[in-house]
Design a protein around this ligand. Structure first.
Ligand code: HEM
Length: 373
């Protein structure tokens, strides 16, 4: 069973080898919560997360060691399951820094403004945004759900869940020894992701220098997008059209220009009678590629989701897209470039989240400690 340390230079759950399951929750502070409530909540959450990452119960007495006359400190459903690779990653929403709210306006990183709106999105407010977020990833879904459930319980009176998302099946890899998984369109996803051992790429594209705010140095911006897929329409689309839309071969995941999955795409290649294929001008991998986005990249760490069917019998499923980047600009520019992606005929962004993820903790620190200095 994998165990990942909770402490470190950066928070766990970003470059950590992507686990199989996700439970992601966004929280709003209660209406009258103060800066002190936020600080003590982060203190209590950090303490609980230290326990959870080691597969221990939360609190002093856990699930069954306390008084029979009191509710147990830990809810108990993860007893015996161990850490199961659990990572817990905390983020702060832009609204915490609004002037006059918590007195944190001077601590706002310069680039931390709400995301602009994008072409074709149809966002549901109730399942977007939030003051805080917690990403729990584990190899057993019960372990991830247990973590969020117990953190929500600890937050009672200070913050409550605004929305939550269960994800199964990773759609990305962050290490070379993980096989590239597939998203629900059946394509390998994460081939050209930034990997954990690419220190220069992480420094260039993921870890923030802080933008003049000490508390944010070593942090990163987290963007989530709930992207609904029109699965039934996709499944009636010809294979060659599917491959042209993505710009990669469906079986091996190789670029249409040829060779193997990890061969660099050749965007100059032309289609020939002998079967060589050009990568179309509007293929997803061309529009999203750093060569056409001023060199910008991001670390993607999304999950598949399926939530039953709608009233028309269509599957309610898609990609819960998660990306970490040094600047919101990376997501904004690439998402804008995707406005003319033919994939848009088969997808719709229905919810959005945007958070600043502070650096990792050491010793007795709590998450975002320097924010309150
Ligand atoms: C690459 C699918 C949405 C950014 C890819 C690849 C696939 C894929 C199959 C090729 C494999 C790889 O290198 O990972 C999808 C699907 C989406 C989606 C099905 C929606 C449901 C997005 C969004 C963004 C994005 C919203 C960012 C705004 C990227 C980037 C790459 C990529 C940066 C790598 C490009 C490169 O460096 O070659 N995507 N994607 N994707 N996608 Fe997406």
């Amino acid at each position: 069973q994998a165990t990942y340390p909770f402490e470190g230079e950066h928070q766990a759950g970003i470059t950590t080898p992507v686990q199989r399951h996700l439970y992601f929750a966004a929280y709003d502070l209660t209406a009258n919560a103060t800066r002190d409530d936020l600080r003590t909540l982060l203190e209590d959450w950090t303490e609980a997360a230290r326990h959870l990452a080691q597969g221990r119960e939360v609190g002093e007495t856990g699930a069954v060691g306390g008084s029979p006359l009191a509710p147990p400190e830990d809810t108990g459903e993860a007893l015996g399951l161990g850490p199961n690779g659990l990572t817990i990653t905390f983020g702060l929403g832009p609204a915490l820094f609004e002037p006059g709210r918590l007195g944190l306006e001077k601590k706002r990183p310069a680039l931390f403004e709400p995301l602009p709106s994008f072409a074709l999105e149809l966002l549901d407010e109730a399942t977007s945004g939030g003051d805080l977020c917690v990403q729990a990833c584990a190899n057993d879904p019960q372990v991830a759900v247990h973590a969020i459930r117990n953190l929500s319980r600890i937050a009672f009176g200070r913050a409550q869940i605004r929305w939550a998302q269960l994800g199964y099946g990773r759609t990305s890899s962050t290490t070379r020894d993980q096989a590239t998984p597939r998203n629900l369109m059946g394509f390998k996803d994460g081939t050209r992701n930034i990997k954990a051992d690419e220190a220069d790429e992480l420094a260039a594209h993921v870890w923030s220098g802080g933008e003049g705010q000490d508390w944010f140095a070593g942090g990163t911006y987290l963007v989530t997008r709930k992207i609904q897929m029109l699965i039934e329409s996709w499944d009636r689309t010809r294979l060659d059209e599917q491959e042209a839309i993505i710009g990669r071969d469906k079986g091996k995941g190789a670029p249409l220009s040829g060779d193997t999955e990890f061969t660099e795409p050749d965007f100059e290649a032309v289609s020939t009678a002998t079967g060589d294929k050009a990568i179309p001008m509007d293929a997803h991998v061309r529009l999203a590629h750093p060569d056409f986005n001023t060199g910008q990249r991001m670390l993607r760490r999304g999950y598949n989701y399926v939530e039953g069917n709608n009233a028309l019998g269509q599957t309610s499923a898609g990609l819960f897209f998660i990306a970490f980047q040094k600047s919101p600009r990376q997501f904004i520019d690439i998402q804008n470039a995707l406005a003319r992606d033919p994939l848009n005929e088969y997808i719709r962004h229905v919810a959005s989240g945007f958070f600043a993820v502070p650096r990792g903790v050491r010793g007795g620190e709590h998450v975002a400690q320097d924010l309150f200095a």
